[in-house]
Design a protein around this ligand. Structure first.
Ligand SMILES: NC(=O)c1ccc[n+]([C@@H]2O[C@H](COP(=O)([O-])OP(=O)(O)OC[C@H]3O[C@@H](n4cnc5c(N)ncnc54)[C@H](OP(=O)(O)O)[C@@H]3O)[C@@H](O)[C@H]2O)c1
Length: 264
């Protein structure tokens, strides 16, 4: 759902700044990514965003990777620099800026991450710090292991399968829960027969996936909005493509105007 909100943010911002640019949503099937990238080259696009399920397959289709994208093993923003396509990852920094905008500093806190796809890789890589620990739980264990491995000894990282027992054991002591799956936290808890009250010691719950119908959690944990992350990572993409500071407030208001509400 949030994918369809990016054109709103960019096109409205371009228009308000009288920039002769447009941002087009394009559906690309798994087996057509190479054709789509070739087309973007041929048509001379300034850049594009990449969403799931293409964030890792794009790695081998660009000419160069920025350091963050290389270390996290995922790309969500591609920019044309001369004749070359360069891959960047703004998900991790976007998530960090969103988290900090709620006054939470993750540097020395225990963080629990559910999911181990492209977004989880970027977020885990960016949130890991010398004095915090990150635990990753995922349906498929091999992917959780691979995400833990990108930290390669930096900070404390552990992983496990997403099961009722593991989730219940991982909640105590965690200050932030990042849910990097497309499924809302309430649904994951319900599927594992865990009452939401079990999250009450967690300060912040951060679902990366946008669901306009999600209710507030029946506990006092705060909710970090995926829309806050969407705006921050869009601002980072804007800076990569246009090589100038992003008008964050304008980008934010483009989305609040469109939705008819704020999320903070
Ligand atoms: N707010 C934002 O700005 C923003 C930015 C980036 C991403 N996102 C959102 O974050 C979500 C994840 O994106 P992604 O790129 O990381 O996707 P991805 O690479 O496809 O990874 C999805 C992850 O979710 C897990 N998963 C999928 N369905 C599940 C289920 N029913 N129960 C438990 N786990 C499940 C997968 O587990 P397996 O490994 O076992 O398949 C995998 O670890 C998407 O909804 C995306 O739209 C939001």
């Amino acid at each position: 759902m949030e994918h369809s909100l990016s054109p709103v943010i960019f096109n409205s911002t371009f228009q308000k700044l009288s920039l002769n640019r447009s941002y087009l949503p394009v559906d690309v099937r798994k087996n057509q990514l190479k054709n789509a990238v070739d087309a973007a080259r041929t048509l001379g696009f300034d850049g594009f965003n990449v969403t799931m399920p293409h964030k890792t397959s794009i790695l081998e289709l660009v000419d160069r990777l920025d350091d963050v994208a290389k270390k996290g093993g995922t790309v969500n923003t591609v920019a044309r620099v001369g004749q070359r396509l360069v891959g960047y990852s703004t998900d991790g920094e976007g998530a960090l800026r969103a988290i900090k905008s709620y006054g939470f500093e993750p540097g020395d806190k225990n963080i629990l991450v559910i999911g181990a796809g492209g977004a989880a890789r970027a977020v885990v890589h960016r949130l890991s710090a010398r004095h915090n620990s990150i635990r990753i739980l995922n349906r498929s264990l091999d992917k959780a292991k691979r995400v833990a491995e990108i930290l390669n000894g930096r900070g404390g990282a552990s992983y496990g399968r997403l099961t009722r027992k593991n989730l219940l054991a991982s909640i105590p002591g965690a200050s932030l829960l990042v849910n990097a799956t497309p499924v809302q936290t309430e649904k994951i808890l319900s599927k594992l027969a865990i009452p939401p009250q079990n999250l009450r010691e967690i300060d912040w719950v951060f679902d990366l996936a946008y669901d306009e119908f999600s209710d507030p959690l029946p506990i006092k944990s705060g909710r970090i909005s995926p829309l806050e992350m969407l705006v921050h990572q869009a601002a980072l993409s804007f800076e990569i493509w246009l090589r100038k500071p992003a008008p964050l407030a304008l980008m934010r208001s483009s989305l609040t105007d469109h939705l008819g509400r704020d999320w903070k």
